[in-house]
Ligand binder design. Structure first.
Ligand SMILES: [Zn+2]
Ligand SMILES: [Zn+2]
Length: 117
């Protein structure tokens, strides 16, 4: 396979338009993807930026979920303590405390996901 522009042996194909790309072409292009020209690099870069934006959004959602889980787990533990004093039914106490533990673990997991960049 030969490069369309430089007629030297191609390294691969452009990630955007699929044309053959040689070492000479890659020298001009910026970024990590194999592209034939800045014209092809631009929309790819824009796509990557959009993807990053979506990723950023989902990280924010994970952080919000972590806060929500922590709140619910605190409520469950509170309900467990309240059940201990007002209605000492073992099942009720274990159920609320169990929910609290599960929600706490979910909160920890979400906050770990939210911190990953
Ligand atoms: Zn191209
Ligand atoms: Zn070339």
């Amino acid at each position: 396979m030969k490069c369309a522009k430089h007629s030297s042996e191609a390294l691969g194909v452009c990630a955007y338009c699929g044309r053959a790309v040689c070492a000479e072409c890659v020298k001009d292009s910026e970024g990590t993807r194999l592209v034939c020209s800045p014209t092809c690099a631009e929309p790819l870069l824009r796509n990557e930026k959009a993807l990053n934006l979506i990723l950023q959004k989902s990280l924010q959602t994970a952080k919000a979920s972590a806060v929500y889980c922590y709140l619910c787990s605190a409520l469950s533990f509170g309900a467990g303590v309240a059940a201990w004093y007002t209605a000492p039914v073992p099942f009720l106490i274990w159920f609320t405390v169990g929910c609290g533990i599960v929600l706490l673990l979910a909160g920890i997991w979400y906050s770990r996901v939210g911190r990953r960049q």
